[in-house]
Design a protein around this ligand. Structure first.
Ligand SMILES: C[S@@+](CC[C@H](N)C(=O)[O-])C[C@H]1O[C@@H](n2cnc3c(N)ncnc32)[C@H](O)[C@@H]1O
Length: 638
């Protein structure tokens, strides 16, 4: 590590280590940042110590942070959380209680209470999957890294790692790789202890092959249990079965199943279709293998006889899907609809809306404007000639299923229009965002090539992962630039060609497998994925494919490897092409930690042509740097 690193870089590294669950590393880096003069690093130190169980150390760091810099709003909350675990007394011998410290923290920083509320509360309540992730860090991840569920995944993994039985189970699953293995009742009990994981698996897609092996084994365990159970036996650890069923639904049943499992699922589906009454366990096991909503007879399930676990599962599957169909009917089509390639793309996303997600525990709070966020969090960008201002009319073009809207929720004064070509995706977005408490967003259906038909103008346009799926991206850029006010900003992300060239052999192999495999889309995708996993186990340099969540859902797999239209470009082509449509580049927005690190080293660009040349060269030399796309920020000029 370089000793001459700026304190802020050290603090950022400490934060990264914290988010990755490396608390000892976070403390070490925070100490160095502190030694270099960054008091704010004490907050990371306090949080890392708190989660390591060193309450005394955490209280001390939080106390020091609070006194050195009273503007650090997290400090008094961390102090209250840590001190609440200790028996403290004041100079007169009176006990210092958590309630007292918390009240003081709320008095000092009322605006920050919601962000830190997860640090309190009775320990016997159901786990909040994000309970161990600092709200401030979460918001930073939302704003800077765009949204990446994987960040929270790591934090939860760090909590789980402290359970020795879970660690042993992970090791066993890792050793068996993807060959089916069997779980013991004691191991199901170990899974039952993983509160944060269980919640996470009902909300977000698992992105780890080893955990996928455990989930697959647990699913088989319940299938086997069902076949052999004694009459009227209660489901062991029903919350584990619920998590498995929810995860299977969320990942669109991408996990492998054995012939015995397929036969059991087919038998149960047939009984449901014939009008037989399935009990809770049968419904949950069937729901772990098949989309209940797709089975005739599912709408006639007699719910009066079902318990809460099965009812919760039916609500998040059958009822949610029915609700989305109703929502879709209310979304207006505001442009002409497409001819040509867009029609094929539309059918693609109507069939498998992307990306899949269910819930975030904590939506971001809108306490800063877009201008303030950019000035503070992305100071390496060239400033635009004028602020965007508030209220900010924001267009999320090609919003998909809505996780791309989540970061925009943190812009104060944002009036959001969510636009997409796929009605199914829009309904998914609206349902999920409404569940987060956001019912103010306007959802509209249309083709971005004809977006001028809407007759609206925007201060900010965000468009991620869409332009490269147009037959020709440039009319799309022209259409977006056309609805942007002069001085407005566009944040656009596209596929990088050198990276997509690395993908080409894997795409070709997947297409071949899909063509050869009979049956449903799921069966085809599973076969193609199995082939990629085998290639990887045989030593293929394909680790990058398994990063992120795309390879872990059927829609993600299709989006990444089986898309009908793909027009990637280089950084230079992207910047120059946009310039031809009046979009002046203000700089690169990092979409991964490696880009962010390089940016931090470079600082604010003086000359955009040199900047673009730098990133283009980096892209050519290390295509993986842009595996998470090229995201540039533009200002509309002229
Ligand atoms: C890869 S997804 C990205 C979704 C979202 N932006 C995100 O990052 O999660 C691409 C989305 O663009 C939409 N799309 C593709 N072509 C479009 C067009 N011509 N007009 C509007 N939306 C389009 C698709 O329906 C799909 O939801």
């Amino acid at each position: 590590m370089n000793d001459a690193i700026e304190p802020t870089t050290l603090a950022a590294q400490a934060e990264t280590e914290f988010m990755a669950g490396n608390f000892a590393g976070a403390v070490l880096l925070a100490d160095r940042a502190r030694a270099a003069g960054d008091d704010a690093a004490l907050v990371t130190r306090a949080h890392a110590l708190l989660l390591s169980g060193d309450y005394g150390g955490a209280a001390q760091s939080a106390f020091t942070a609070q006194h050195l810099d009273p503007t650090l709003s997290a400090a008094p909350y961390l102090l209250a959380a840590a001190a609440g675990r200790l028996q403290l007394a004041d100079a007169s011998g009176a006990p210092i209680t958590q309630e007292g410290l918390l009240a003081e923290a709320r008095r000092l920083h009322p605006e920050a209470y919601a962000r830190h509320a997860h640090l309190y509360g009775p320990t016997d309540r159901p786990f909040d999957a994000y309970g161990h992730v600092d709200g401030v860090a979460l918001e930073r991840a939302l704003r800077q890294g765009r949204f990446r569920a994987e960040d929270y995944y790591q934090a939860i993994a760090a909590v789980a790692r402290r359970d020795a039985d879970w660690a042993a189970l992970l090791k066993r699953a890792g050793a068996t790789a993807l060959t089916p293995f069997t779980l013991t009742p004691a191991e199901i009990e170990t899974m039952g202890r993983q509160g944060p994981w269980l919640v996470y698996w009902t909300m977000q897609v698992n992105t780890d092959l080893v955990i996928e092996a455990i989930l697959g084994a647990a699913r088989r365990y319940y299938a086997g249990w069902l076949v052999q159970r004694a009459p009227a036996a209660a489901v062991p650890y029903p919350q584990v079965l619920l998590a498995i069923a929810s995860q299977s639904y969320l990942n669109e049943f991408i996990g492998e199943e054995t012939g015995t499992e397929t036969a059991l699922a087919d038998r149960l589906a047939e009984r449901l279709a014939n009008g037989d009454r399935l009990d809770d366990a049968e419904l949950l096991v069937l729901g772990s293998y098949r989309d209940l909503g797709g089975i005739a007879g599912a709408d006639r399930i007699d719910r009066a006889a079902l318990g809460p676990t099965a009812l919760q599962f039916l609500a998040m599957t059958i009822d949610d899907a029915a609700d989305r169909q109703r929502i879709a009917k209310d979304i207006a089509t505001v442009t002409r609809l497409p001819a040509g390639a867009s029609q094929e793309v539309r059918a693609f996303y109507e069939a498998t809306p992307y990306p899949r997600w269910h819930q975030f525990a904590r939506p971001p709070t809108a306490d800063r404007s877009f201008d303030e966020i950019i000035a503070a969090d992305a100071a390496y960008l060239l400033p635009g000639s004028q602020p965007v201002g508030e209220p900010t009319e924001v267009l999320v073009a090609g919003c998909g299923t809505g996780s791309a809207i989540v970061p925009v929720l943190s812009y104060r004064g944002a009036r959001i229009t969510a636009f997409d070509l796929s009605l199914t995706s829009l309904a998914y977005a609206r349902q999920r965002l409404t569940a987060l408490g956001h019912d103010e967003i306007r959802y509209v259906h249309g083709d971005l090539l004809a977006i001028a038909d809407m007759g609206a103008r925007f201060d900010l346009v965000e468009c991620t992962g869409v332009l490269h799926h147009l037959d020709d991206p440039w009319p799309g850029v022209a259409a977006l630039a056309g609805v942007l006010k002069t001085g407005g900003r566009a944040m656009l992300s596209v596929y990088s060609r050198p990276f997509r060239q690395m993908m080409a052999p894997f795409m070709e192999a997947s297409r071949k497998m899909v063509a050869q495999t009979p049956g449903t889309v799921t069966a085809k995708v599973r076969a193609a994925r199995r082939d990629l996993i085998r290639q990887r186990l045989a030593g293929a340099q394909s680790g990058f494919l398994f990063k992120g969540s795309d390879l872990f859902t059927t829609s993600g797999f299709r989006d990444l490897l089986l898309h009908p239209v793909e027009r990637p470009m280089t950084v230079t082509e992207f910047a120059q092409g946009c310039a031809r449509h009046g979009l002046k580049c203000l700089g690169l927005m990092p979409t991964n930690a490696d880009q962010a690190r390089l940016l931090a080293e470079r600082g604010r660009p003086a000359d955009m042509a040199a900047e673009i040349a730098f990133w283009s060269q980096a892209e050519a030399q290390q295509p993986l740097l842009f595996s998470t796309m090229i995201c540039l920020l533009f200002e509309k000029v002229g």
